[in-house]
Design a protein around this ligand. Structure first.
Ligand SMILES: C[S@@+](CC[C@H](N)C(=O)[O-])C[C@H]1O[C@@H](n2cnc3c(N)ncnc32)[C@H](O)[C@@H]1O
Length: 391
């Protein structure tokens, strides 16, 4: 147990970002022509600069689904080696522009080289930046595309709010990404390679749709579902032979046939002023509504009240009140679980014994670790829990 400090990163966001940064910085090449020919039409692959093909690391072909028109301004989020940047730059011809953005300067360099090799550098700007904090003005882009990138964000809602902010009214988002519908084993969810390989950070289609809607995007269409087997996962250099072996041991055979689904999600920012999407800084978090005004959700434990806080989608924030002398039942969560005590005292009951908890204490529970939280005999307990990054 650790003392909660203001600003403590209870969702391991910095850690996840470091895993992603290191993984992509260290790979010697992308997944190459074998993957590219699965994702893109073969005749198109033949026309691309070979380095862009070598560095292909996406999960679909967002440009083919984006209906790009000459003159449009496109943002390629997480451009990697630049394969989609080149395709988009061709499609917007004339006055059109592509802004290619990536977390890693090394990737930006590759995209720059690819656009030069394709003779399209004059139409492309390549920038180092993070999708959660886009270095672009409001309403400056017609279309945002991205390929295998959103899944890598520990702050997907924030990234989508940024997308909504930079899109002009009526502007479109077209993203190829993975969705995962099965409960993956905790060892897989906790594996750096699985995070960097888009699997551990993937949400279900339902959650993806909800996140898009909460960012204020409309006309959401999720299509092009295509199963990704474990063998296809092995095409990506992020998955070393050791990690692949581990996945083979851990994943049930039926899950190995389809670890994830790649999808193309399309939506747009509405035109009207009334339905302007929420920009990230204006997302209402607790405090806008007094806690007492938030209706509690039904729970079976007597004396335990759970209120879901809206607005901080990634964190799945809940406030739990346990009345004096009460307890939650023993329970488990599929994913890592974090809590911070706001007021009162009590006990965190784990199989290895009880831990005393009081105001400001932060605690974390491992995936599938049975636990209960009890208040003291003479004081009610209130704590916030963050049900990890997943739904
Ligand atoms: C799976 S690769 C996909 C690359 C490229 N879109 C493609 O289709 O080949 C993910 C890319 O996203 C970048 N990335 C990861 N997290 C990011 C973030 N928070 N902001 C911007 N780029 C990010 C990585 O550096 C990497 O180049």
């Amino acid at each position: 147990m650790t003392r909660g400090e203001p600003g403590a990163d209870l969702l391991f966001q910095a850690e996840i970002r470091e895993v992603v940064r290191t993984a992509y910085r260290d790979i010697p090449a992308g997944a190459g022509p074998v993957l590219a020919e699965r994702l893109y039409r073969r005749e198109v692959v033949g026309t691309l600069p070979s380095a862009a093909v070598t560095w292909a690391l996406g999960v679909g072909d967002p440009v083919a689904a984006a209906d790009l028109a000459p003159g449009e301004v496109v943002l390629d989020l997480g451009c990697g080696g630049g394969i989609d940047t080149v395709l988009a730059a061709r499609a917007v011809s004339g006055e059109g522009r592509v802004i290619a953005l990536d977390l890693l300067p090394e990737m930006c360099e590759r995209t720059r080289a690819a656009t030069e090799a394709a003779g399209l550098a004059a139409r492309c700007e390549v920038e180092v930046g993070e999708m959660e904090d886009l270095p672009l003005p409001d309403q400056s882009v017609d279309v945002v595309i991205s390929n295998g990138v959103l899944n890598l964000s520990p702050r997907k809602s924030r990234a989508l709010a940024e997308v909504a902010r930079v899109l002009r009214p009526g502007g479109r988002l077209c993203v190829a990404d993975l969705v995962v519908e099965t409960d993956l084993p905790p060892e897989v969810l906790g594996s750096p390679a699985a995070w960097a390989g888009c699997i551990a950070g993937a949400v279900s289609e339902r959650v993806l749709r909800r996140k898009l809607a909460r960012a204020g995007l409309v006309d959401i269409d999720v299509a092009g579902h295509r199963g990704f087997s474990l063998d296809e996962v092995g095409l990506y250099p992020l998955f070393t032979p050791e990690v692949m072996e581990l996945l083979r041991q851990l994943l049930p055979r039926e899950v190995q046939q389809q670890v994830a689904l790649s999808v193309i999600a399309r939506c747009r920012r509405p035109e009207g002023a009334d339905d302007t999407p929420l920009a990230a800084p204006s997302v209402a978090i607790s405090g806008a509504t007094p806690l007492a005004a938030i209706a509690p959700d039904a729970v079976e434990a007597p004396g335990v009240t759970v209120r879901h806080l809206k607005g901080v989608e990634d964190a799945q924030l809940k406030v739990l009140d346990v009345e004096t002398g009460g307890s939650t039942p023993h329970h488990i969560h599929a994913h890592a679980h974090e809590g911070v005590v706001i007021s009162g005292r009590g006990r965190l009951r784990l199989e290895g014994g009880d831990q005393l908890i009081g105001p400001g204490d932060a605690f974390s529970i491992a995936p599938r670790e049975p636990h209960a939280i009890a208040s003291a005999a003479d004081e009610p307990l209130r704590f916030v829990c963050m049900d990890c990054l997943f739904d």
